[in-house]
Ligand binder design. Structure first.
Ligand code: C2E
Ligand code: CA
Ligand code: CA
Length: 831
């Protein structure tokens, strides 16, 4: 129902009724007004309308009402309809003019009218009113939509460009101008090719979606800005039919993907870097998803055991079933410990079965990834083949424990086995053992007359014969030179030891046929029995040695069993002990200084302080003659303290008098007893305070054996010394054993390779394998290497070549008296 009441109209305006068109008729002619109302009513037009008779009333209504369309007579009492366009109107206006008003109509259209109607006498124009209104509405809606869309497209963040079928740019939005650096005039009308970094790469005009029906395609490509710089974009292209004649335009939407590319590249680079690193290190990789219990093994991982990609599955069992049964439980324990957070990382060495059946040593390392609750949900790591290193280590250990010539166990290994036997005899009363000390008679004659080669062959042959005499469980060792020791294990009766000895002597009597010579060997054997109740292995050996001397000195060839009266010899020892005590009281000791040279710079790096005893009657006595007794009697503690203080004092004196030598160092030998003595660190502190020597000038030499005897206690003392910046050197390195694997636990600065290894080096660099291995080992543990006993230039050259840092030995200088050492300090010597 059409309404004319302004009040009802106002209320209805609150909610727009989509089924009704809100019409304002501005018409001063009442007949025309009535004609309008009539046609609305008659045709049932869905209009809600207002009728006013002047511009003023119309303007008044606009304040409170909105209309979908305004129909206005041109001539109005207070002006023309054109004046309605003074202000921007959001609604379309249809102008009605009198008959013959075409010119006015054109003017109105120009001014912004949507359409016009021309009055005729029969008022037929009202017939086309409904269709005119409808068209005006459609047009106005389309215009609004266009305005909104064009605003949105202009302001959107993605760069948009539209090209005509020839590829010339018709339209660009603001984002486009920003992104590419063009003002729109600069690009409009140009060919889109110029957007591509490489014009040759620009896609052809006909390539995309020519029927325009599909949504278009997306490509990643490199575009070029106005200033020539390029950047990666994601380009979405689609087509749009402009008109049948004009053909297809192309719409391009562009996303700048510089950031994404950058992070993609960074990710790829870091992945590649890791892969490269892993490949470079020849490591295999594994990645274990603990939630689903699956492991990814890299191809390299599988290949390390000789398997191809498909041959190993992806479960932990596929790993574990290859691990050596003896190593498996420990490996699992290590993994578990890390998963449970008890270790900062997982690391374990174990054997893994290669496809060819061999076992190889692998170092496996890994790290767990934990969720917020600390629970590991993933663990990943690497595997390194360390078989070669293991072999070298084992070889080194073997070499350190065995005599190179005969392959027999050496003194160290023998003492170790002897210690085991001692322990067992303490635990079990019924267990007995014996030690035979065997020394060849007149071996020196063979050596001197027939030469070393034959002497060596004879020793080897004797070693084989000794082995043949023994039972399983017995040990025969070469102690050095022509001395052998035999451990007879688990004897039923102690008399058996004598019987075995007699049998050995008998077997040795058969001639040896070597190199066309027929040689005879005789030997003297001393026996020590476990029943004597020994504390230390060395004591057993010493007594067997004493008994051997007795055997050698008697005319008849028969073994001699040690008995305590033989300690009568001890009288002389007692004498020495009294002398030594006096020497300590009177400070009859003197220090000699042997230069240590830096092999890199060729200059003096420091001295080793070596103690001598200035005996009132016997003259200069060497350490080998009194230190064993000093250790036995505990006098070593006093002597050692004196040496430490004197060495520090002298070195400080030199440092101060010769400013160029401010960093001169001194190496002081420290006996095991000193280290074990509770007061040692306090003594060191006392010396540091008293002499004011910089602690880093002080280098304490500790033998490998001492280090191993009680590693825990020693480690503690060494830690305290390290805290004081004092340097620690491992003396006689290579002669002890089992220390290799433990070495990293100690704060060691320098390994001092035992002179026996250096002495074996010859001009062609042969016998350098062990030295090379030790140096590599030391360097891998961040330690320096000092070679002692350097006697020839050839040895020096080989050592330099192997990267050894320091050298000491007769080639540079013998141990020097204080005054001679001072000349070294005063004058630069260069090697
Ligand atoms: P060491 O610590 O291995 O000391 C090096 C020994 O090798 C010294 O013998 C030195 O004279 C000798 N030497 C140096 N260069 C060469 C060389 O080129 N060829 C050969 N064949 N030998 C060389 P020294 O002075 O008789 O000392 C023997 C051992 O006595 C030392 O062996 C060390 O273990 C111990 N010692 C020496 N002084 C002290 C000390 O003050 N305290 C303690 N606890 N032990 C000491
Ligand atoms: Ca030493
Ligand atoms: Ca040494």
């Amino acid at each position: 129902m059409p309404e004319t009441l302004a009040g009802a109209q106002l209320e209805a305006d609150a909610g727009v009724d989509p089924d009704h068109i809100r019409v304002l008729l501005v018409e001063d002619d009442e007949v025309d007004q009535m004609a309008f109302e009539r046609i609305v009513r008659r045709e049932g037009l869905p209009y809600r309308y207002e009728i006013v008779g002047s511009l003023g009333e119309a303007r008044e209504l606009f304040r409170s009402h909105r209309f979908d369309v305004v129909i206005s007579d041109y001539h109005l009492p207070d002006g023309t309809a054109l004046e309605l366009f003074d202000r921007p109107l959001s609604m379309p206006i249809i102008v009605i003019t009198g008959a013959g008003g075409e010119e006015i109509a054109v003017q109105a259209m120009k001014a912004g009218a949507y359409d016009y109607l021309i009055k005729d006498l029969e008022r037929k124009y009202l017939k086309i009113l409904p269709i005119t209104v409808e068209n005006a509405l459609k047009k106005s809606r389309a215009e609004r939509e266009l305005r909104m869309l064009s605003h949105a497209i202009t302001k959107i963040n993605e760069a948009i460009f539209i090209t005509d079928p020839e590829g010339e740019v018709l339209y660009v939005n603001e984002a486009f101008c920003r992104t590419y650096g063009y003002l729109d005039q600069g690009i409009l009308g140009r060919h889109r090719k110029m957007l591509w970094a490489d014009e040759g790469q620009a896609p052809g005009d006909r390539e995309v979606d020519l029927d325009g029906s599909r949504g278009g395609e997306q490509v990643e490509c490199l575009h070029r800005r106005r200033d020539g710089t390029t950047f990666p974009v994601l380009l979405s292209r689609s087509t749009l039919e402009l008109s049948r004649e004009e053909g297809l335009a192309e719409v391009g939407v562009v996303w700048d993907i510089t950031q994404r590319k950058r992070s993609e590249n960074a990710l790829r680079e870091s992945e590649e870097r890791y892969a490269l690193a892993a490949r470079g290190a020849n490591d295999g990789l594994w990645d274990w998803d603990l939630r689903i219990g699956e492991i990814f093994f890299s191809a390299r991982w599988k290949h390390m055991m000789g398997y191809s990609e498909q041959e190993i599955g992806s479960s932990p069992e596929d790993w574990f079933r290859l691990v050596h049964p003896e190593d498996l439980s420990l490996l699992k324990a290590h993994i578990e410990a890390h998963m449970e957070g008890r270790t900062p990382h997982f690391e374990h060495e174990h054997r893994i079965r290669h496809r060819n059946g061999d076992y190889r040593w692998m170092l496996s390392r890994g790290l767990a990834v934990r969720g917020r609750n600390g629970q590991a949900y993933r663990m990943a790591g690497s595997q390194t083949d360390v078989t070669e290193r293991k072999r070298a280590e084992q070889q080194l250990v073997h070499d350190a424990l065995h005599d190179a010539l005969t392959g027999l166990p050496n003194r160290a290994l023998f003492l170790d086995r002897l210690n085991h036997a001692l322990n067992r005899s303490r635990r079990r009363d019924s267990y007995h053992f014996a030690v035979l000390f065997l020394d060849l008679d007149r071996f020196k004659v063979v050596n001197d007359s027939l030469g070393h080669m034959l002497g060596d062959e004879l020793l080897t042959a004797i070693a084989r014969r000794l082995e043949a005499c023994l039972r399983m469980g017995d040990t025969v060792a070469r102690l050095g030179g022509d001395e052998f020791a035999i451990l007879l294990d688990d004897l039923d009766r102690t008399e058996d030891a004598v019987e075995v000895s007699l049998r050995i002597l008998e077997d040795l009597q058969a001639p040896f046929h070597l190199d066309g010579h027929e040689l005879f060997a005789t030997a003297s054997i001393g026996i020590a029995l476990s029943v004597t109740g020994y504390e230390r292995a060395e004591e057993v050996l010493r007594d067997a040695d004493t008994a051997m001397y007795r055997a050698k000195s008697q005319a008849e060839k028969r073994p001699v069993v040690f008995d305590p009266t033989m300690h009568a010899n001890a009288m002389t020892v007692l004498r020495l002990e009294t002398d030594l005590r006096r020497a300590v009281e009177r400070e009859e000791f003197e220090l000699f200084y042997q230069p240590i040279v830096s092999l890199k710079s060729g200059v003096l790096w420091g001295f080793e302080a070596l103690v001598r005893w200035r005996h009132p009657e016997r003259g200069l006595v060497y350490p080998s003659e009194f230190l064993p007794l000093a250790e036995e009697t505990g006098l070593i503690l006093s002597i050692g303290y004196w040496v430490l203080r004197e060495a520090a004092r002298q070195t400080r004196d030199w440092q101060q008098r010769f400013p160029r030598r401010r960093e001169l160092g001194v190496s002081v030998n420290v006996a095991g007893q000193q280290l074990a003595h509770g007061a040692f660190v306090a003594q060191v502190d006392e010396v540091l305070r008293e002499t004011s020597i910089p602690p880093e000038s002080l280098r304490l030499e500790i033998t490998e054996g001492v280090l191993m005897d009680s590693p825990e206690a020693t480690a503690l003392v060494l830690e305290q010394l390290r805290e004081r910046q004092i340097k620690l050197h491992i003396d006689d390195f290579g002669t002890g054993y089992s220390s290799l694997s433990h070495l990293h636990r100690f704060p060691v600065d320098t390994l001092k390779i035992d002179r026996s290894f250096i002495g074996a080096l010859d001009a062609r660099g042969e016998n350098s394998e062990i030295v090379r291995t030790i140096i590599a080992l030391a360097h891998s543990l961040n330690m320096d290497v000092l070679a002692e006993g350097v006697e020839t230039r050839q040895q020096l050259i080989v050592l330099k070549g192997l990267g050894c840092e320091f050298g000491q030995g007769f080639f540079f200088a013998r141990p020097l008296e204080k005054s001679a050492a001072e000349e070294w300090v005063a004058r630069p010597v260069h090697f």
